[in-house]
Design a protein around this ligand. Structure first.
Ligand SMILES: Cc1cc2nc3c(=O)[nH]c(=O)nc-3n(C[C@H](O)[C@H](O)[C@H](O)COP(=O)(O)OP(=O)(O)OC[C@H]3O[C@@H](n4cnc5c(N)ncnc54)[C@H](O)[C@@H]3O)c2cc1C
Length: 393
């Protein structure tokens, strides 16, 4: 059986490719490349606002919220092409927090926040992880206490990506320490200009910025609670499920493979033969290509389940585990071909592919634990997907 997009989906893919080719003038590309690792900033905001104005951000949103009501498959095509073009994709706002507000937010929150998200004007950082609460998120200790018509927040978070440039932190805080761990958590919208909020940078192995965030008697209006009091766990898991789906699209690796492939086809050794004629090079390229094809199909299947109205958590986990581990292996195979020049940093003499491969390899590991560690994703696949019994510890 040969699986492929429909004619309309291929047309959409071409339209998006053409769009990014026109949008990214050399000047804009340079400006964004200079800002890229900061994970936010004026160029990021300018591009995302343009995506909003051109109605790309609402591709998968329901019409009642100003979206274009397309299916998860078309949304996947958009994400994949956006990553391939190395354009900024506000996944957190548009694909995870937006839909969670649609489901759980108050009428006022929907009216105020959703149109701004769709226009690409409103950005969030996700404040879940704490130094002592990562995988075991239900152990979080940041407190929110009601004082008259305000919530007062105290505590700290780690790895709050985008916090330095975001408008709000989507914060999980403990509102009832007496209840069972995951039943005493609520979700809040914390404006990043609130007094008592601060953040400091953390630079990852890929040099991308994330943050530690601090909440020192931060006062926010009572109405900034999202969903039910002590009902935050449902919102948090809903947001994470949305996030996981968008994590491992093949576009970026496909682009790097294409670059290495073309390079190996033109580079000639002293005997006049192209590098690509060597068996081991062909072998590495073939392994990378085969993995990418498998990843594509896994992504399509997950998007198809969503389109049919049956989102399957274990499928999203399988895409995330396979994709994140495959990326590490794929870039390693390609680095073997590129050799030493492939490991030169962007801008250094002799650097190949503008440093794309070197950076992709260095960043890839992060995804094996970001968005939920792969060990736990494997547990989900085993228990939810394969109905295996939970292990007793
Ligand atoms: C670059 C980056 C960006 C991030 N962005 C955000 C963000 O924006 N917002 C946010 O809230 N968080 C964010 N995170 C946090 C991320 O989600 C956590 O790192 C992740 O959930 C793991 O938590 P931890 O780092 O505390 O590791 P731990 O939970 O301490 O896990 C460490 C290791 O222990 C093992 N382990 C732990 N628990 C289990 C288990 N139950 N079963 C089997 N093995 C286990 C695994 O090998 C795991 O890799 C980010 C992290 C990084 C690195």
């Amino acid at each position: 059986m040969y699986l492929d997009f429909t004619a309309a989906q291929k047309e959409l893919r071409q339209e998006i490719r053409d769009y990014y080719r026109t949008l990214f003038t050399p000047e804009l590309q340079r400006a964004y490349d200079a800002e890229r690792l900061q994970m936010g900033g004026p160029v990021f905001r300018q591009i995302v606002a343009q995506l909003g104005a051109d109605r790309w951000l609402g591709l998968g949103w329901p019409e009642e919220y100003g979206g274009r009501n397309m299916t998860a498959l078309e949304q996947f095509i958009f994400w994949d092409e956006t990553w391939r073009a190395r354009a900024p994709l506000p996944v957190i706002s548009v694909n995870t927090i937006g839909p969670t507000i649609m489901q759980f937010g108050s009428a006022a929150q929907k009216e105020e926040l959703l149109p701004k998200i769709l226009r690409g004007e409103l950005f969030f950082g996700v404040g879940y992880t704490e130094p002592e609460a990562g995988t075991d998120l239900a152990s979080l200790t940041t407190r929110a206490e009601l004082d008259g018509d305000h919530w007062v927040i105290n505590g700290s978070k780690i790895f709050t990506t985008h916090a330095h440039d975001a408008d709000y932190i989507w914060l999980a805080a403990r509102t009832d320490p007496e209840r069972a761990k995951h039943k005493g958590i609520s979700m809040f919208l914390v404006p990043t200009d609130a007094e008592g909020f601060s953040c400091t940078p953390i630079y990852t192995v890929g040099y991308e910025r994330t943050n530690a965030t601090y909440y020192d008697n931060v006062c926010i209006p009572k109405e900034n609670l999202v969903g039910e009091l002590n009902g935050g766990w449902r919102l948090l898991t809903s947001q994470l499920n949305h996030e996981r789906i968008a994590l491992a699209t093949p576009g970026p690796a496909d682009r790097v493979l294409h670059e290495v492939w073309s390079w190996a086809a033109t580079l000639r050794g002293p005997d006049g033969r192209a590098m690509i004629e060597q068996r081991w090079v062909q072998h590495n390229l073939a392994r990378a290509r085969a993995g990418l094809e498998a990843l594509k199909v896994l992504n399509w299947r997950s998007a198809w389940s969503l389109t049919n109205g049956t989102p399957r958590m274990e499928e999203a986990s399988a895409v995330k585990v396979f994709g994140s581990e495959f990326f590490v292996e794929c870039y390693r195979l390609l680095l073997e071909i590129a050799g030493r020049s492939g490991t030169e940093l962007t801008g250094e003499p002799g650097c190949l592919f503008g440093g794309l491969l070197e950076h992709a390899y260095r960043s890839a590991t992060t995804l094996t634990f970001g968005g939920g560690v792969n060990e736990v994703q494997r547990d989900i696949i085993a228990t939810v997907g394969l109905s295996l019994p939970r292990s007793r510890r």
